[in-house]
Design a protein around this ligand. Structure first.
Ligand code: BYC
Length: 329
């Protein structure tokens, strides 16, 4: 049982006998799979861990709209444009559910968004890579949303009620995103020109490794995993989820007729899993420190959107005030 001692990460988890009665009661609820709700007692560190993870997740959804927004005006058909716009709108919605879930923990949305705009807050590393061709829209849907689903399906069982319920809704929409991305790539591979097939392979070559990095550092270098697993905020470790993603994605890659940029990717019958090569962790840490190819651009675009949209918010408030005065008169 996790309430006893877990040593899966680099931090040690408090054993039951060292817990206060409140902490012990809380942990017993977690162990019994009873969801924690906003008004229940919770350790401050549990609250802070959730605020950290949910705000990063919300920022990822909002920043994740940007690499795709770049291609709306260049979509090759009306159908593709509508699909892409629907996907981007879904992501705005996911961001909003997640900010709301975060607010139930007493966090202030404006403060958390300000941290994003000052470059202090983290969001998924994947969105700091550029989207260079139309095939990237398919590869993002298939690989990036595919990785996100693997992570989020297990988060549907996370111990905090509002986060868990937001995840159930989000996962339904993410599966549509993943399928439209894959269908787009399959169409290009099966009915496209050689140039289009090359474009698909090139998108996969660039996005494969960054997609694997989405799951976070390996378990022995993941400072938050042990406690988050004990609290059942996370239900599976970064490495377990990464392996699951690879195992389910390689057959889809083969069906596409494409390859991964990893000469060590090979089925291991003994393990019942694919083996894969080393991830460039130096690159990952540079990206999450703010030094990826697009970090500055992404944060500047978000900041600009808020600043140049100020007049809309002011007009909405002025209109609401006018209506209130009219109704009161
Ligand atoms: N990128 O101890 P660890 C989407 C950070 S959006 C950046 O393992 P944890 C979509 C981590 O935050 C999908 N930072 O942390 C949207 C921690 O930093 P701090 C987004 C990363 O939290 C639009 C440090 O590294 N999904 O689907 O236990 C279009 C140590 O890591 C990353 C979520 O956010 C990363 N990849 O586990 C298309 C899912 N990885 O805060 C698609 C919810 C790690 O200690 N989040 N870091 O300074 C999670 O499940 C977990 O937070 C993670 C990391 C698995 C990401």
């Amino acid at each position: 049982m996790y309430a006893q001692l877990v040593e899966t990460g680099v931090k040690r988890v408090k054993p039951l006998e060292e817990m206060s009665p409140e902490e012990r009661n809380f942990q017993e609820k977690i162990d019994a799979e009873i969801k924690i709700e906003a008004k229940n007692w919770m350790p401050e560190a549990y609250r802070q861990t959730l605020i950290r993870q949910i705000s990063q997740h919300a920022h990822s959804e909002i920043v994740g709209m940007l690499p795709e927004g770049n291609w709306v005006t260049r979509a090759p058909s009306l159908k593709r444009k509508l699909q892409l716009m629907a996907k981007i709108q879904d992501e705005a919605g996911h961001g909003l559910y997640l900010y709301s879930a975060m607010e139930t923990l007493g966090a202030d949305r404006d403060e958390e968004v300000a941290k994003l705009h000052s470059g202090k807050a983290k969001y998924s590393s994947i969105f700091n890579y550029p989207t260079l061709s139309w095939a990237d829209m398919g590869a993002v849907g298939w690989l990036v949303d595919g990785a996100a689903i693997v992570n989020q399906v297990v988060l549907q069982r996370t111990s905090y009620g509002p986060y868990s319920r937001a995840m159930i809704r989000i996962c339904k929409e993410e599966s549509f995103h993943q399928r439209q991305g894959y269908e787009m790539l399959l169409t290009m591979m099966r009915h496209g020109t050689q140039a289009q097939r090359d474009m698909v392979q090139d998108a996969i070559n660039r996005l494969w490794w960054p997609a694997l990095m989405m799951f976070g550092p390996s378990d022995e270098h993941s400072p938050n995993s042990a406690q988050s697993m004990a609290w059942k905020i996370k239900r599976q470790t970064n490495d377990e989820l990464r392996q699951r993603f690879i195992d389910q994605t390689v057959p889809q890659l083969e069906l596409l007729g494409c390859t991964a940029p990893d000469p060590e990717l090979k089925w291991n019958a003994e393990r019942g899993h694919y083996d894969f090569g080393d991830i460039q962790w130096d690159e990952f840490y540079e990206v999450i420190k703010g030094n990826g190819p697009c970090n500055l651009e992404r944060v500047a675009t978000r900041r600009n959107a808020i600043e140049s949209g100020a007049w809309v918010r002011e007009a909405a408030v002025a209109y609401a005030r006018k209506q209130q005065n009219k109704n009161a008169a």
